[in-house]
Design a binder for this molecule. Structure first.
Ligand code: NI
Length: 174
């Protein structure tokens, strides 16, 4: 059965909370949360999702870069579930790029992110993994990790002039 969760919207307190570390990736509530996240994300134009966005305050993200109307130039990858994710920058270089968020509809902004990172996370089988990411996929990862710390991409915008409506964003893509 396909189940779609309601996505927490800007102003919801859960989006501002520190999410809890997952101790047992095989626990029934964790498996259910991951299923719900996968199904919910598949039903959107999003390229990533964090558990707090479906009102589960646990450190779980999905990174699922794919070309969509929202991000036509996104690289295609298998949706990847990452539990207790963390990262280190591989260089100090940051790049500004456009971001949006399913929790903040109709808005886009330029956000500085590290271009190259090395990540650590536990997969759904409980195996600790490391993965180097760069560019747009590294951006998604950093955006989703922020959600686990109660941070939203608008907090990282350096200039309010770089916050625009989605309709203006689509004009830029033409
Ligand atoms: Ni988001």
């Amino acid at each position: 059965m396909t189940e779609i969760a309601e996505i927490a919207q800007l102003g919801a307190k859960i989006l501002r909370q520190q999410a809890l570390v997952v101790d047992d990736v095989h626990a029934a509530d964790i498996r259910q949360a991951i299923d719900l996240m996968q199904q919910t994300l598949a039903g959107t134009q999003g390229v990533g999702l964090a558990a707090p966005q479906i009102k589960v305050s646990k450190r779980i993200i999905i990174v699922a870069s794919r070309p969509t109307r929202r991000y036509p130039y996104a690289p295609l990858m298998e949706p990847t579930v990452m539990i207790n994710p963390s990262f280190q920058a591989l260089s100090d270089a940051k790049e500004k790029g456009w971001e949006g968020c399913l929790s903040i509809p109709a808005i886009r902004a330029l956000v500085p992110r590290y271009q190259r990172i090395t990540t650590q996370y536990t997969d759904q089988q409980g195996v600790l993994r490391t993965l180097e990411l760069e560019g747009f996929v590294a951006r998604i990862f950093q955006h989703e990790c922020d959600h686990l710390d109660g941070k939203l991409y608008l907090d990282r915008v350096e200039d309010n002039g770089e916050i625009i409506s989605e309709s203006e964003y689509y004009k830029l893509l033409r």
